[in-house]
Design a protein around this ligand. Structure first.
Ligand code: FMN
Ligand code: ADP
Length: 374
């Protein structure tokens, strides 16, 4: 089948163009059956988009502009869980972002719709031709498919760029190849990080962000992500010690519980922001609109108290009135201040926590006025 000649994409899309992204209706589907019959034609791209870093975002923004110029809707096809978690869980990387943040960040690039496909072995068993015909041609009525040079798709990754081009010829869609995006700056422009990366000719990548987070380098991670790294989780009860110390801390549920998403960076104390993600009626607050509360974030096992479980906890500065239990919050990590230490006394720990709070103020004052990652 070839792409139909429909002049404009479906109704909601054309009504919402040009508005702020979270006022727009970005359509979310998890099944082909949810795509309206009159939707399309489309410009489509595929990928995991873990972290939606600067490389992803610039491809997606460019694709949205092309789609608009061509009178098409811009759609990303992505997968959950990560395909490696299905095929080789032992090799699966820690994900930078959970599905909710991934969808929110994808939407922010200006896309009209995201198809989040549940990734199962059954889905994976489709041949490259079956996948393209079902999803891109029949499902999304693709006019253009945007891919990286190293694209792989279909059972056992049998499809590559040449397969996609051949399928495009059969079905009447174009294939647009995007070369790796990397920092590209001249000697007197861009940040030191851009210049260093440019010298290495390193491409923007999720792997690069993971390496930086493993070292606790959230400052450089933010430069690759184009925003501070986030964790999103539900607040659970800890050992009820924080209040006694004078620093109540909201503890995120352990990542292993499935109630916290995002890669946990190296142990240490960080300056960051805590955002509440739901209104009292339970409706979601777009992260752009959620008030950012300044926070001192501790990641570690609390060795001063011989703890064994690794915890992520946040003390919101100057507040004692909060009740965050069972609430979902987002933590944005701005800068690592120091490693986690074992103190000989509780007084020594709390004295250090007071100093941490002062350091947090300095870092966040600076970040609020001129974020380093822009
Ligand atoms: C700013 C800050 C810095 C912290 N630094 C350390 C540290 O260096 N060593 C440590 O053992 N615990 C550290 N903690 C964690 C405290 O031990 C923990 O918040 C306290 O035991 C309360 O735990 P609870 O929330 O389970 O009651 C820190 C906590 C905060 C908020
Ligand atoms: N400034 C604050 N920062 C973080 N949490 C706070 C703050 N003020 C009150 N709270 C509430 O207190 C709880 C933490 O108290 P804490 O004594 O540390 O107990 P727990 O050991 O259960 O974490 C948080 O989960 C939150 O509901």
């Amino acid at each position: 089948m070839s792409a139909p000649d429909a002049a404009a994409p479906g109704g909601p899309i054309s009504q919402v163009r040009g508005e702020r992204w979270h006022d727009r209706r970005v359509l979310r589907w998890s099944d082909l059956a949810e795509i309206p019959a009159d939707f399309g034609p489309t410009v489509v791209t595929l990928g995991n988009f873990d972290g939606v870093h600067r490389g992803h975002a610039s491809v997606l923004r460019r694709m949205c502009a092309d789609a608009r110029a061509a009178g098409c809707a811009a759609v990303a096809v992505t997968f959950t869980p990560h395909p490696l978690q299905v095929h080789r869980p032992q090799d699966a990387p820690p994900l930078l972002t959970g599905d909710e943040d991934r969808l929110e960040l994808l939407a922010a690039t200006g896309l009209d719709a995201v198809l989040l496909v549940p990734y199962t072995l059954e889905f994976a068993r489709q041949s490259p031709r079956e996948f393209v015909e079902r999803y891109l041609v029949d499902g999304l009525r693709a006019r253009t498919v945007v891919v990286g040079r190293d694209v792989r798709f279909g059972w056992q990754n049998a499809g590559d760029l040449s397969t996609m081009v051949a399928l495009g010829r059969d079905h009447g869609f174009d294939v647009e190849v995007i070369d790796d995006l990397r920092p590209s700056v001249t000697a007197d422009e861009g940040s030191a990080e851009d210049r260093a990366a440019d010298e290495l000719r390193r491409r923007w990548s999720s792997t690069w962000v993971r390496e930086l987070l493993e070292e606790g380098d959230v400052v450089r991670a933010a430069r690759v992500l184009g925003r501070p790294h986030r964790l999103r989780g539900v607040v659970v009860h800890g050992d009820a010690r924080g209040r006694e110390l004078g620093f109540p801390t909201a503890n995120l549920a352990p990542v292993s519980s499935g109630r916290t998403a995002g890669m946990v960076p190296a142990d240490g104390v960080y300056a960051g922001w805590l955002r509440r993600t739901r209104r009292p009626d339970g409706s979601p607050v777009p992260q752009e609109d959620a008030e950012a509360l300044p926070a001192a974030v501790s990641i570690g096992t609390n060795p001063t108290f011989d703890g064994v479980e690794r915890r992520v906890e946040a003390y919101v500065l100057d507040r004692t009135d909060l009740d965050l239990y069972d609430e979902e919050v987002v933590l944005e990590l701005v800068e690592r201040l120091r490693p986690t230490l074992r103190f000989d006394s509780i007084d020594a720990l709390t004295e250090q926590m007071h100093r941490d709070v002062q350091d947090v103020r300095v870092v966040l004052d600076r970040e609020a006025s001129s974020p380093d990652w822009r």
